[in-house]
Write a protein that binds this ligand. Structure first.
Ligand code: ZN
Length: 149
């Protein structure tokens, strides 16, 4: 079963991901991020916010390892991470997961890749942003899909 990508509040997030962009809802009036998504800016009240790309890098704010399976699509173990997106105000965080018992801690640098799960029953592309531990700066390891410089 694929995740829903046509929810009114989050559809834009997944439409952007299908285009290879990690984007957050942004107010066209005051410029602040509206995260979690809402139809109006929570700071100035302006309507019609837009999805704008953000850095595809971040650092882990917190993590936990899930050992007890609660859904057949998420085999255990996996590591749930809360990521501070680089360049954003404090509190603009995204949640994701890493396969297995990831060797991470607060401050571990991560990069966003995209996992293409195909199409849902209505033909909408289902592409999920996924976080992976950033390759070593001095190393030559390349991330699938390429990391934004
Ligand atoms: Zn605003």
């Amino acid at each position: 079963m694929l995740p829903t990508v046509v929810d009114r509040a989050s559809r834009g997030f997944f439409d952007e991901a299908a285009q290879g962009r990690l984007s957050l809802l942004t107010c066209t009036s005051c410029g602040k991020r509206i995260h979690l998504p809402r139809p109006r800016c929570v700071y100035c009240g302006a309507a019609d916010p837009v999805w704008k790309p953000v850095a595809r890098t971040g650092t882990i704010y917190a993590h936990t390892v899930v050992e007890h399976q609660v859904h057949p699509n998420f085999p255990v173990p996996y590591t749930v991470v809360v990521v501070d997106v680089d360049g954003e105000e404090a509190g603009v965080r995204l949640i994701g997961n890493l396969p297995g018992r990831a060797e991470v801690s607060a401050g571990t640098p991560v990069v966003c890749a995209f996992e293409d799960l195909g199409q849902d029953a209505q033909g909408n592309p289902v592409v999920l942003p996924v976080w992976r531990v950033a390759p070593q700066r001095a190393g030559t390891a390349a991330l699938d899909g390429g990391a934004a410089a």
